[in-house]
Design a protein around this ligand. Structure first.
Ligand code: DC
Length: 234
């Protein structure tokens, strides 16, 4: 018997491997994967391009006036990978830079940005069958998600992962810069007033500093099977 679709929230610190697990789960279950961080990164890119974010300042008022002009969509490319579009333009590469990551961490502190993106995310999850990763998915976006995972790993392990990803893309970052960036973002993500990163009370926590991807995925699928079996028996 085909079990009813559920929503799955995957939250945690930056570079914790959330997207790897979330994409793996979506692939195995035939669910839709949604990268909520890509949405914050796209808002940041829009603001950077308009000159509203500089090293020292952020022009909140202009961003507030134009937040309704930002349309973010996702499309799957010919390799089966999901790519992010900002007002119809493929921005997948541009939103993965350190500048966009820093900008995303800053715009994500703004209540009106979060409100606009959370509303879009909730629409995407209305029909269920969604795996969404982010920081507030289990606490704010889908507080009723049937399965909530919360991933953690040490800052050094996470910086190494991001460093390797950037190298693989042909960038030449310094490890110290990447580590500093990871720590700064942790600080901002956990201390911001609006929806700070925190584990939902009913989320299952996994420290994956020393656990391989396949093992994590098997663990997550095991949790999925347990929950969906329990739901059927209710
Ligand atoms: O997961 P990521 O590194 O792509 O996220 C980029 C930034 O966006 C990160 O600093 C935190 C923020 N973010 C958020 O506040 N809420 C989310 N649901 C997803 C990301």
């Amino acid at each position: 018997m085909q079990s009813k679709n559920i929503n799955i929230a995957v939250d945690g610190f930056s570079s914790c491997g959330k997207s790897t697990i979330a994409k793996g789960l979506a692939r195995q279950l035939g669910y839709t994967y949604i990268d909520s961080g890509a949405m914050y990164r796209s808002v940041a890119l829009f603001a950077i391009r308009n000159g509203w974010i500089t090293d020292s300042e952020m022009d909140e008022e202009h961003l507030r006036q134009h937040i309704g002009d930002i349309r973010i969509t996702f499309k799957t490319n010919s390799h089966g990978e999901q790519e992010t579009y900002l007002n119809g333009e493929n921005v997948e590469r541009e939103i993965r830079t350190l500048d966009a990551a820093n900008g995303a961490s800053r715009v994500s502190t703004l209540g009106f940005v979060r409100k606009a993106l959370v509303a879009q995310q909730q629409v995407l999850g209305k029909e269920k069958g969604v795996v969404m990763d982010g920081r507030d998915i289990g606490t704010v976006v889908f507080p009723d998600a049937e399965l909530k995972l919360f991933l953690t790993a040490s800052p050094e392990v996470r910086a190494q992962r991001r460093f390797d990803e950037m190298k693989a893309r042909g960038e030449n970052p310094s490890f110290d810069d990447v580590l500093t960036n990871v720590k700064e973002r942790d600080q901002r993500d956990t201390t911001r007033v609006e929806s700070p990163l925190r584990k939902a009370d009913d989320a299952l926590e996994l420290d994956n500093s020393h656990i391989g991807i396949e093992e994590q995925l098997q663990w997550a699928l095991g949790m999925f099977n347990k929950i969906t079996t329990e739901n059927e028996q209710d």
